[in-house]
Write a protein that binds this ligand. Structure first.
Ligand code: PMP
Length: 358
């Protein structure tokens, strides 16, 4: 039996996608082998790879002057990759700190360039500093921010306008959750294991004019220009993750694309936040204009009941609700593949639990 899995990542995938993968597992379309067993340079895999990129480009309406790279190493590799490709050691690079992942990105960037923290929400990371108060550098090589903080559940509901400075976004936990205007960004990166597909794949979407500036010591497999030139196949790409992500892109297209996803995600989030706010028992600490549609942390009025909550939730088929080990409490991650029925089941359970224990 499938459970409702609220994991922050690796996270729930659409059931139809898993069923299709199961169907195709032993023999992908008459090739007599699984996608895992194919050469990445063979005709079959090249067709899979190209279709996935075309579908992603269509979903996000990616302009033709952007390259899409299918890389390995996770989003964390890009904490260094961005700095190595877009700055030199004397560059000033602007970072906005809105949570644990921004902070990690900043820590990594400090090894490579002069980091100016243009804005810092400060712990416990429950809001976004007003854009007008950001202390930006006119000559920054780029400005980096984290549109959705997976741990704190803090999300930007606008795209900062930083003028001519290339805007770099770690979209790991929000990409594909709604339409975005890619042309506002210099570079977008995202680990796959939340809203794209399985772990092992990292997407980089980068504007052409930012290519070719990498430091000489940049490892080839992290060099965007080299990877772009080789179609992300300078070395062996994460083939199965690429394939499965392609199935997710098809599923998104079949389900109305990102506009429909955005409406669904907004409705799911509203349902859950309304239940929390109206309960008198649960609490979400994040400023209302910065609440995430994807990751919803909440605490119980009686933290001593945390264990009971997760145990009873599990019996009701609702799993992985524990908050991040650094913050405790609960967190429900409700990515694209979490159906509204799952959120409704969670809300019903939470209401019952509060009635019983409140
Ligand atoms: N950035 C964000 C916003 C994340 O949520 C995560 C993973 N949870 C990372 C970066 C790190 O990603 P990875 O594990 O793919 O390196």
């Amino acid at each position: 039996m499938r459970v409702y899995n609220f994991s922050p990542g690796p996270a729930v995938l659409p059931q139809e996608v898993l069923e299709q993968a199961r169907e195709e597992l032993l023999d992908w379309r008459g090739t007599g082998m699984s996608v895992m067993e194919m050469s990445h340079r063979g005709k079959a895999f090249i067709s899979i790879a190209e279709a996935a990129e075309a579908d992603l480009r269509e979903l996000l309406a990616i302009p033709s002057n952007y390259k899409v790279l299918f890389l390995q190493g996770g989003a964390m590799a890009q904490f260094a990759g961005v700095a190595m490709n877009l700055s030199n050691k004397d560059s000033v690079v602007d970072y906005v700190n809105t949570g644990a992942w921004s902070k990690k990105a900043i820590g990594e960037a400090k090894q490579y360039a002069k980091v100016n923290v243009a804005a810092d929400a400060g712990e416990p990371y429950a809001s976004i500093p007003a854009f007008a108060s950001w202390n930006r550098s006119a000559d920054a090589a780029y400005l980096h921010y984290t549109p959705n903080e997976t741990i704190g559940g803090v999300e930007f509901h606008y795209v900062p306008d930083v003028g001519n400075v290339p805007l770099v976004a770690d979209m790991s936990s929000t990409i594909l959750s709604r339409p975005i205007d890619v042309s506002k960004f210099g570079l977008i990166y995202a680990g796959a294991q939340k809203n794209i597909g399985p772990a092992g794949l990292t997407l980089v979407i980068v504007r052409d004019d930012l290519l070719g500036k990498a430091r000489p010591e940049t490892p080839s497999f992290m060099n965007y220009a080299q990877m772009a030139k080789e179609g992300s196949m300078l070395n062996t790409p994460p083939t199965f993750a690429w394939y499965l992500s392609g199935l997710v892109f098809q599923w998104l297209k079949k389900n109305g694309g990102l506009k429909a996803m955005g409406e669904r995600n907004r409705a799911k989030a509203e349902l859950l936040y309304n239940a929390i706010d109206g309960s008198g028992f649960y609490r979400n600490p994040v400023a209302k204009d910065a609440r995430s549609w994807m990751n919803v942390p909440f605490t119980l009025a009686k933290p001593e009941l945390d264990k009971t909550f997760t145990t009873e939730a599990k019996s009701a088929g609702l799993v992985t609700l524990e908050g991040h080990r650094s913050v405790g409490g609960m967190r429900a991650s409700i990515y694209n593949a979490m159906p509204v029925e799952g959120v409704k089941a969670l809300v019903d359970f939470m209401n019952d639990f509060a009635r019983k224990h409140g």
